[in-house]
Design a protein around this ligand. Structure first.
Ligand SMILES: Nc1ncnc2c1ncn2[C@@H]1O[C@H](COP(=O)(O)OP(=O)(O)OP(=O)(O)O)[C@@H](O)[C@H]1O
Ligand SMILES: [Mg+2]
Length: 399
């Protein structure tokens, strides 16, 4: 991707460039370590002793790298470890493996799931120079179809719980998978994610969505506010009377940047969605349509499901009944009849603790016992635990 670099101070630029160029290698034999050192000379290189397991451990907390080279020698089931690696490795990191196998079928399987290169060990300097260096240091544009998994949350009625679910889902996905998660709030005016998390929105989201040419390489560094070590919030707080001019190209660009850097992007989507944010729906693997057991929710949920299906296809849409069995709500049987099916996901009314959490500016997960248990099946659905392994790997490596 060609980034448009706006005015940046040299210090800022070099800090970012250093982090982005970093190559980390985990190898166990001295010959391979020496070959990597010579073959990748001149790059921002760090060579450590270890295997793919050490690489996974590192990526759980440190993902500021551009490429990873790691040894899978002696690992009984490399695909299980790769699955774990894919879960924590940002999609824009190039991953090369070293191992004992010289089987062509093994090589092909690895290439199919999106790895950059595989080389049998021990490595030599020439192997690194000829086969690894161009792929790790070359200017390969990332494929636009590749990247993190987008989950859209849309409320069929005001106050259905969309923002609460988006925030807590993002936190729980990160907690369960150790992946990097971005929470993107597209309510640029009056959005509530930042307030609910007790943080200030970062700058730049509006400009980036209006004019992608002005979203430079440092846009994310500035706009993404750390919620914790794995979750970032990208939101805005524009004046209520501001005239926004969000463009489809801007939305596509911002989502593209986020999908390169984060494994999951959870989006709090305004409803009804203007045409400019259709790309979010098109790129979503899951669109959760939230409603409460009320006549208004039911009516709008139908319309919203149809709108999403028209944009993204039927298999992406999930109906989430929130605050189920709340006093005064429609009985479940009436809901099922009107929806034409059981809701795909259900979260019961969790009482006043949910609203207290909002007022305290802390995530409800930390305040309401029971929320985690009710979110768990939704996290499983989204992260694909139990799905077939190759499909899962492909999804996680963002193919
Ligand atoms: N399962 C639940 N049990 C109890 N209270 C809940 C539940 N889900 C959400 N709430 C509460 O409902 C209120 C509205 O939630 P939230 O702001 O997340 O909805 P929303 O759909 O984002 O609203 P808006 O339409 O304003 O964007 C909040 O006080 C929240 O704490
Ligand atoms: Mg909201």
């Amino acid at each position: 991707m060609i980034a448009n670099i706006a005015v940046v101070s040299p210090a800022e630029e070099s800090a970012s460039v250093v982090a982005r160029d970093r190559i980390v290698c985990f190898v166990n034999d001295d010959l391979s370590a020496a070959a990597l050192r010579k073959g990748l000379e001149g790059s921002n290189l760090s060579i450590r002793r270890g295997t793919i397991r050490n690489a996974i451990k590192m990526l759980e907390t440190d993902t500021e790298i551009s490429a990873l080279v790691t040894d899978i020698s002696g690992i009984d089931d490399p695909f299980t470890e790769l699955e774990r690696l894919a879960g924590v490795c940002p999609p824009d990191v190039r991953v090369a493996l070293i191992g004992e196998s010289r089987e062509i079928t093994f090589y092909r399987e690895l290439m199919e799931i999106g790895l950059t290169e595989y080389l049998p060990r021990p490595l030599t300097r020439d192997m690194v120079l000829d086969q690894l260096r161009p792929k790790l240091l070359g200017d390969v544009a990332p494929s636009p179809d590749r990247g993190g998994h987008v989950v859209s949350i849309c409320g069929a009625q005001g106050g259905a719980g969309a923002t609460s679910i988006a925030i807590n889902l993002a936190l729980q996905i990160a907690e369960t998978t150790k992946a990097k998660v971005a929470l993107l709030d597209l309510h640029l005016q009056g959005g509530e994610t930042a307030v609910m998390l007790g943080v200030q929105p970062g700058p730049g989201l509006r400009i980036a969505l209006e004019n992608p040419m002005r979203a430079d390489t440092l846009f994310l560094e500035r706009a993404a506010i750390d919620v914790n070590e794995r979750v970032c919030l990208i939101s805005a707080d524009e004046e209520l009377d501001a005239q926004l001019d969000i463009t489809e190209a801007g939305v596509r660009h911002v989502l593209g940047l986020l999908r390169q850097r984060f494994n999951y992007i959870v989006v709090d989507v305004p409803v009804p969605f203007p045409p400019s944010i259709h790309p979010v729906i098109t790129l979503s693997r899951h669109v959760l349509v939230l409603l409460e057991a009320e006549v208004t929710g039911l009516r709008n949920a139908h319309a919203l499901r149809t709108a999403v299906t028209n944009i993204a296809g039927k298999d992406r849409v999930f109906t989430l009944l929130n605050r189920a069995d709340r006093a005064g709500g429609l009985p479940r049987a009436t809901m099922v009849k009107a929806l034409g099916a059981e809701p795909d996901m259900v979260i019961p009314d969790l009482g006043k603790g949910m609203t207290q959490a909002v007022n305290l500016g802390i995530p409800a997960l930390k305040h309401v016992s029971g929320l985690r248990r009710h979110l768990a099946p939704i996290v499983r659905e989204i992260t694909g635990v139990g799905a077939d392994r190759k499909g899962m790997l492909r999804r996680l490596l963002g193919l």
